[in-house]
Ligand binder design. Structure first.
Ligand code: 1GP
Length: 242
């Protein structure tokens, strides 16, 4: 990214869409094509991460994305084993909605010296799970319960805590492949009460959902599964947002 930081790039290009690439779901042979597709469609960045990470070729996955990407490549790690020197930045997440010390601070401590060694740009993010209507992988793996979707005041309290900790972004997560995305009412209410930008992801599969969440105040929405499931739908969503 040259001298410009990823954080300033995101600030200048919002609102928009971030693509999520899960190394467990994209075969090596399709990385190049998928990277070019999302960049040409106008995503503002590519997130790479997985709740579990079964793929042993993580480093080469990130490198292949980086080689073909014209936008920033940002780690979105499910744990301390998902750090790569090839990325432009890392979302340094703390799973604030949970009460599991492993994902609040434990994984982070295991990752810090590697991040320092690689000199990756660090973007501190408050990661907040919202109940989505089905049991998601991220809930299972993190061993945490999400915040009920009809309790916006609890969501706001967690978002304010993130802001007061000095975090640069909030990520409201319904979970990959979620039955329902984060409700737009929750996004609207959060937006009214916090000053830091908001990323919203999980279960966004329709043009209308994407549009509504951006209108509700999401600075970025994240599209993951839909890119793999239907390129046509993904392209339509991207077109509808132009
Ligand atoms: C998961 O928010 C992302 O962290 C993307 O979710 O795969 O449902 O688009 P989807």
């Amino acid at each position: 990214m040259g001298m410009k930081t990823v954080l300033s790039h995101l600030k200048e290009t919002k609102p928009g869409v971030l693509a999520l690439f899960d190394p467990d779901r994209i075969p090596k042979s399709r990385i190049k094509e998928q990277t070019r597709l999302v960049c040409e469609s106008g995503v503002k960045g590519i997130l790479i991460g997985s709740s579990i990470l079964l793929n042993p070729q993580f480093e080469s996955f990130v490198l292949e994305v980086k080689k073909n990407a014209s936008c920033p490549v940002i780690l979105f790690p499910g744990g301390s084993h998902q750090i790569s020197s090839h990325a432009d930045a890392i979302l340094f997440l703390s799973l604030l909605s949970g009460r599991n010390p492993q994902f609040l601070i434990g994984e982070q401590i295991k990752a810090v010296f590697l991040i320092k060694e690689y000199n990756i740009e660090v973007i501190p993010v408050g990661y907040i799970l919202i109940e989505s209507g089905s049991y998601t992988t991220v809930e299972y793996i993190s061993g945490t319960r999400p915040i009920p979707r009809n309790k916006p005041e609890i969501v706001i309290a967690h978002c304010l805590a993130a802001q007061y900790f000095g975090m640069k972004y909030i990520y409201l997560e319904a979970g990959s492949g979620a039955k329902n995305p984060v409700p737009k009412r929750v996004v609207q209410m959060v937006k009214k009460n916090i000053d830091i930008p908001l990323i919203v992801g999980g279960g966004i599969r329709r043009e209308q959902e994407a549009e509504e969440l951006l209108n509700a105040g999401a600075d970025f929405i994240v599209l993951g599964s839909i890119i793999e499931r239907s390129k046509k739908t993904f392209k339509n969503i991207m077109r509808s947002l132009r």
